[in-house]
Design a protein around this ligand. Structure first.
Ligand code: TYM
Length: 332
């Protein structure tokens, strides 16, 4: 069976972008693939995290995945720092990937801001750890939102360079899986900006922890334009806010955007937003209550992550040993 790896940073609330761009797709894919899903806590600390928050968020993101429908009995769910082979392979990749490749990463440029010299070394080397996350399991497929595409291209380049530097056919070239009607969910305040945990305005996103009233309020306040909904996809061109809300509706109901427009063409946004609210609450409400239930006693989540890490280690350790042999490290 082909193997999937994907990860989420436990750096704050899970939001609708994480859910529609990634987790909802993972729930669909888990029937056809062997899956490994990871709370990437080592990636999280590339920007400083309050230790208490990091611990809480690691559990809460895991709770969100289980509540959304990831089968933690069947699939592997764990936090990255429990499997040392990620960091060990990342070091080898630090010596394979080229500085020029990392210099092109747009996420580093966005996150480091104007004063790049003040960014952590970890933030710069972040993509190499991400390549290691995937390749330490020889994963063949990586379902992510569109924003991670460039990192995945780097992972493929790194796998290929390792294979050619050492004259082996060892690592597969992992394929990104980017699909669905909401590959890049945009901010509710500005349809040209990605919905993100780091946006200062809480009204820019729906958090997976938001209750029904908050979801309704945020959708009501979401920026739109004065025109009614168009009849065709072409009618959404240069209407980023409208396009975003239609995409969200489509993804939440597993439809194409065209099917949503067929239903709402010519209707005003006030009416569409009411239906979107009902849909969002009906999908997110049960996930939210299950997350709360799981977080009330995190011992179950801790046990899931611990068991997941044991299973992950069992796959990763032999692959790391092979890498060390290929590289020429003396081992006991
Ligand atoms: P992170 O934690 O930022 O996001 C987790 C997943 O959610 C997707 N996503 C979005 N999708 C659509 N619209 C949005 N607005 C949106 N915001 C986030 C992301 O694409 C991602 O799939 N570097 C990764 C974590 C990572 C990883 C990995 C992923 C570390 N190692 C190995 C895959 C494989 C990140 O920061 O995701």
């Amino acid at each position: 069976m082909q193997r999937i790896f994907s990860g989420v940073q436990p750096t704050g609330n899970l939001h609708l972008g994480n859910y529609l761009g990634a987790i909802r797709n993972w729930v669909h894919l888990q029937h056809d693939y062997e899956c490994i899903f990871c709370m990437v806590d080592m990636h999280a600390i590339t920007l400083w995290q309050d230790p208490k928050d990091l611990l809480h968020n690691t559990r809460e993101v895991a709770a969100g995945m289980i509540a959304a429908g990831i089968d933690a009995e069947k699939q592997i769910l764990f936090n990255q720092s429990m499997v040392p082979a990620h960091a060990q392979l990342a070091w080898v990749f630090n010596c394979v990937a080229r500085i020029g490749w990392l210099n092109r990463m747009t996420q580093f440029k966005d996150k480091a801001g104007k004063h790049k010299e003040n960014a952590s070394v970890g933030l710069y080397a972040y993509p190499n750890l991400m390549s290691a996350d995937i390749l330490i399991y020889k994963a063949t497929h990586v379902p992510v939102g569109e924003d991670q595409k460039q990192h995945l291209e780097l992972a493929r380049d790194t796998a290929q360079k390792f294979n050619s530097d050492y004259g082996v056919d060892f690592f597969p070239l992992p394929e990104p899986l980017i699909f669905g009607a909401a590959r890049r969910v945009m901010s509710f305040r500005d349809g040209t900006k990605k919905m993100s945990k780091s946006d200062e305005s809480d009204y820019s996103r729906i958090n997976m922890t938001d209750d029904a009233d908050t979801i309704a309020l945020k959708i009501r306040k979401a920026k739109t334009d004065p025109l009614p909904l168009p009849e065709t996809i072409e009618g959404l061109t240069e209407r980023p806010e409208a396009d975003n809300l239609v995409g969200i509706f489509a993804a939440l109901s597993d439809l194409e955007k065209a099917a949503v427009l067929e239903r709402f063409a010519g209707k005003p946004f006030s009416e569409f937003k009411q239906d979107l609210t009902d849909l969002a609450v009906s999908v997110l409400g049960p996930i939210n209550s299950e997350m709360k239930r799981l977080m009330a006693d995190p011992s179950h989540i801790d046990a899931v992550l611990h068991r997941g890490a044991e299973r992950a280690n069992a796959i990763a350790e032999p692959i790391l040993k092979d890498v060390y042999d290929i590289v020429g490290f003396l081992r006991p």
